[in-house]
Design a protein around this ligand. Structure first.
Ligand code: AMP
Ligand code: TRP
Length: 329
């Protein structure tokens, strides 16, 4: 069975973008791959997080993983910091990475645009080296992520290759798996920007814990255009195309087929259908989410997950350190 790994960095509440671009796909894959999913809490603190809030977001993220259908019997769910090998291989990978490579990362450039050097943590800069360690520790064949993380998986491949050439064959080169539809869900208020939890106005972003009625309203208020026909054209109709991607991802209906159904109709009914689909999905997730939070199962899931993950990570790190000459015995 091929191995797959992915992580989410819950620096806020999880969004519909996280769900469609990443989480949902993990659920699909857990039957046909050996799947590892973790909450990237070490990545969260590359930017200051208020401790109480971070703790809540981490716990919520695990509860949402489970509520969305990840089954601890089928996959391994853990907290990154519970498996100490991540930080350690992260350091070794940092030493294998060039400053130039890190400086070219789009996410780094976007996050530091206009910021003074004094305000940017070194962690934010070396973040991709830690992400490479996350992936390489487990010899993941595939890494399911949204579009924005593709570059980080590519640098991981470069680092794996570099290590293999320098020392000897050690790491599997991972491949990113980007969904064909929904890899980049856009903001509802500005469909030229990614839907993101760091957004200032709440209206553009749907959170998985939003009241379904509120989520429906956000969809009804989504920015569209004056063309007045439902059409998939990201360039000229980014808002409508975004709604089409959301609906298609949630219902499984092909975009062409949705477009055909709305031929000659305006946006009102279309938005209503998207709003209903989103509200239904949220209702389903939230029912399970509340049960999970009450059940106290999170602690057990994390403990068992960390043990399983650690067994693999430990062996891999040992091998790496031997090859590098750091471990003497
Ligand atoms: P993050 O919340 O940045 O840790 O992202 C976790 C996962 O969700 C990554 O695989 C991202 O690529 C994916 N993701 C985040 N935002 C979006 C979005 N707006 N559309 C699609 N995928 C997303
Ligand atoms: N950097 C990813 C994000 O922000 C989260 C992440 C950390 C990740 N380590 C990973 C994703 C390893 C996939 C594999 O979304």
């Amino acid at each position: 069975m091929k191995r797959m790994l992915s992580g989410i960095k819950p620096t806020g509440e999880l969004t519909l973008g996280n769900y469609i671009g990443a989480l949902r796909n993990f659920v699909k894959y857990q039957d046909s791959y050996e799947l590892y999913v973790f909450v990237a809490n070490l990545h969260c603190v590359t930017v200051y997080q208020e401790p109480k809030e971070l703790r809540k977001n981490l716990k919520d993220a695990i509860a949402l993983y489970l509520a969305c259908g990840l089954d601890p019997e089928k996959c391994t769910i853990f907290l990154q910091s519970d498996v100490l090998e991540h930080a350690q291989l992260g350091w070794l990978m940092t030493c294998m990475t060039y400053m130039g490579e890190l400086g070219r990362m789009t996410q780094y450039k976007e996050k530091t645009k206009g910021a003074k050097d004094e305000s940017i943590s070194a962690g934010l800069f070396v973040y991709p080296s830690l992400m490479a360690a996350d992936i390489l520790l487990y010899d993941a064949d595939y890494v399911p992520v949204g579009e924005d993380q593709k570059q980080h998986v590519e640098i991981t491949r470069d680092l794996a290759q570099r290590f293999n050439n320098r020392y000897s064959e050690t790491f599997t080169l991972p491949e990113p798996l980007i969904p064909q539809v929904g890899a980049r869900i856009m903001s509802l208020t500005d469909p030229t920007k990614k839907m993101s939890k760091s957004e200032e106005s709440n209206k553009g972003c749907i959170y998985l814990t939003d009241d379904p009625a509120v989520a429906r309203k956000k969809i009804m208020g989504a920015v569209t255009d004056n063309y007045a026909h439902v059409n998939y054209d990201k360039e000229n109709q980014p808002g409508v195309s975004n709604l089409l991607e959301i609906l298609s991802s949630l219902t499984g209906e092909a975009i062409d087929s949705i477009v055909a159904r709305y031929e000659g109709k305006g946006y009102g009914d279309f938005k209503k259908e998207v709003g209903d689909a989103v509200a239904n999905e949220l209702t389903m997730i939230q029912n399970r989410y509340n049960d999970i939070l009450k059940s106290g199962m999170i602690e057990t899931v994390l403990k068992e997950g960390a043990e399983k993950a650690h067994r693999i990570a430990f062996r891999k790190l040992k091998k790496v350190q031997k090859k590098m000459g750091i471990d003497i015995f």
